[in-house]
Design a protein around this ligand. Sequence first.
Ligand code: FRU
Length: 484
Amino acid sequence: MKEQGDLNDLCNLLHNCQMRRMKQRDDAFPHYHFRPPTNWINDPNGVIQWNGRYHLFYQHNPFGALWGNMHWGHAVSDDLVHWEHLPLALAPTEGDFDEYGCFSGGIVDNDGVPTMIYTGTQAAPLGAMPYTQHANIATSQDDLTTWQKFAGNPIIRPPHPKTLIGFRDHNVWRNGDHWLHIIGSGVQDVGPTAFLYRSDDLYEWEPLGKLYQNDGLYFGDEFVGSMWECPQLLDFGRKQALIIGASHNDSTVHTSYLIGTMVGDRFHPEAAYRLDYGNRYFYAAQSLIDDMGRTIMWGWIPEARDDELCVAAGWSGVMSLPCVVTLGEDDRLRFAVAEEVRQLRRERFGVEQLSAVQSDCFEIVAEFEGNERVEIGVRVSAENQERTTIFYDPESQTLGIDRSQSRRDGDGHDLSLLTGRISAENRLHLHIFVDASVIEVFANKVAVIIGRVYPDAEGLGVRLKSADAALHQFELWTLDSIWH
Ligand code: FRU
């Protein structure tokens, strides 16, 4: 135990030193969004509340700022906001079933034994998928800190590997006296697919066929891709939501959700919606249900700058803020950043004090008449040459993040416009989070846009353009860093 404690202290010391170095050299580094101090991070994995503490695992390359060598990183929090880095939880084993990488998965409580189900990947014979993917198990005896891989891995192999586009990512939950398990996949020339399995003990799995397979690339007007990454079924009682990472031609496209009902072993979707309109800037969502019964979701926010720039910066990827997900009466999901994040609030600015704001680390809570155009400029440079504009246009019912002026030199950066559709009807309620290069926008809790910007000037100003009469509420709070 002592050794483990020393290891954790060392981990945090290293983190703080690296953090100080990062801050000196990179204004894009977030202050209150979780990420490890250096290198690459992608999907949230195995999110779980264990003995009251929130555990966040994540896809991590400990050796570089680009994707590769997939390990599971690990952090823990008592309040969902401040995180403590813990030692790496999982590493690929050479010559074994996860030699090519330990991909995404989940953790469940198996009668007091923390049990992780993850995708092991291995170089495949020619002619098959570039690498084989299968389900593996590991358990922990020391409160989720170290993990022992099961000697009988893999526990599930792909059913018909030649026709599948991927077979990975695991959503496992207890259902009465057995376990259910969804695996993301796609069947070539047919459509994206979520496979369903059932088990009494988490080790022996019986295939139950397809939880749901979409016919083609679209559900109604919603593009759902050819393969689903990180599918997760959320149960809201009268309806269920299948959250999916829409992947196509090996690229992450966006995150959507299908609303429907489970009948026996099959999901019957009725409608599909975009979970986040920022395209690929929110991906691989994963949620836990905490002791208060809240469904709390995180997702991976990738960079919007070239690999070369990420390598130069020494890091890539950010975790989204913890978000509470509920089902609205209209059978669409509602997204609200967890209340705990309020504890970061430091100084309040009303609308009349806006010109005094100099910050890249704040939150805005505002409400407007739904029929007026609104523009909020953030990361605005002193001479206004650089700015990022969050806007709502009632005529086209468009919510957007305009990044075209977010930096003068666009080389190597994605400055494209991010837009979503929302009918604000009476009122438009905006909740906006700005954290160095990360922007999260929530409109009426229904439409979310997450994006990234990298101003090259200081860009600490905030501007508001809206008719006075249209403004019902506006407050800006500067926020503290989550790293002490
Ligand atoms: C989604 C994803 C998963 C996979 C992991 C690999 O971003 O591609 O499908 O398990 O990332 O890092």
